[in-house]
Design a protein around this ligand. Sequence first.
Ligand code: B1M
Length: 209
Amino acid sequence: TSNEYTLEQAIIKGLKEEAYKITQQYLKDYEPLEIVEKFIVPALNQVGDDYEKQVLYLPQLIKSAEAAQSSFEVLKVAMIKNGGTHQSGPKVILATVHGDIHDIGKNIVKVIMQNYGFTVIDLGKDVPTEAVLEAVKKHEVKLVGLSALMTTTVASMKETIESLKKVEPKCKVIVGGAVLTPELAEFVGADFYAKDAMETVRISEKVFK
Ligand code: B1M
């Protein structure tokens, strides 16, 4: 390409406009979801590692997150053009659990789910347990997807699922987010673990079969 940077580099360096432009070019060669998995996720993992090692600091982490989000804006538009967001299928609630403000992953899952026809009720990030329970009741939802990115918020996830299962034992729960593993998913009382957006779709399709 004519760009000075790759998408990964642009995200790592926190270059919002470059990330936007490069993503538009990458769409000529890659599917939107491929760009997410091949470039955005690895770049953010790199940034996360560097942050942990204190090679870079919070302001840079924020800039990288913004660059990733601007890249995803381009992909979102492309996905809507390709497949459309029909939103006539089964209702699914999505939320990042309380105490956790990471929502890039959840937002990706949302768009893919919409692309596959699900009606997504997005409760946002840092969502209190009560809000999840209320939404499940109000919209009569049979499937809830919860996201957590931090070891500390895995506890919030467990608490949310325990409360939900008390009032709505039949409501199924899928969990995801970089910190989770199949073992942790079982520990928090989830019915399913999804490692990425497509797996969330596959599991959801089975739930509503
Ligand atoms: Co923060 N952060 N962050 N952060 N951040 C992590 C999570 C961290 C691992 C970085 C590190 O130290 N290595 C670390 C947590 C450590 C831990 O607990 N183990 C961390 C920290 C410490 C923090 C703060 C506390 C920093 C501070 O303030 N001192 C703070 C958190 C405040 C809070 O939440 N209360 C913070 C803040 C931020 C930013 C705001 C700068 C930004 C978030 C912006 C935003 O989301 N709007 C940010 C970012 C970007 C990250 C990293 C670098 C990247 C996360 C990300 O978006 N990944 C992250 C490091 C890392 O993950 N390696 C890190 C890309 C995304 C597409 O992946 O979310 O895993 P992911 O989603 C995937 C799958 O997991 C799955 O599908 C997606 C697509 O494949 N999936 C689901 C996700 N959710 C799902 C739900 C489902 C199904 C599948 O349900 C159905």
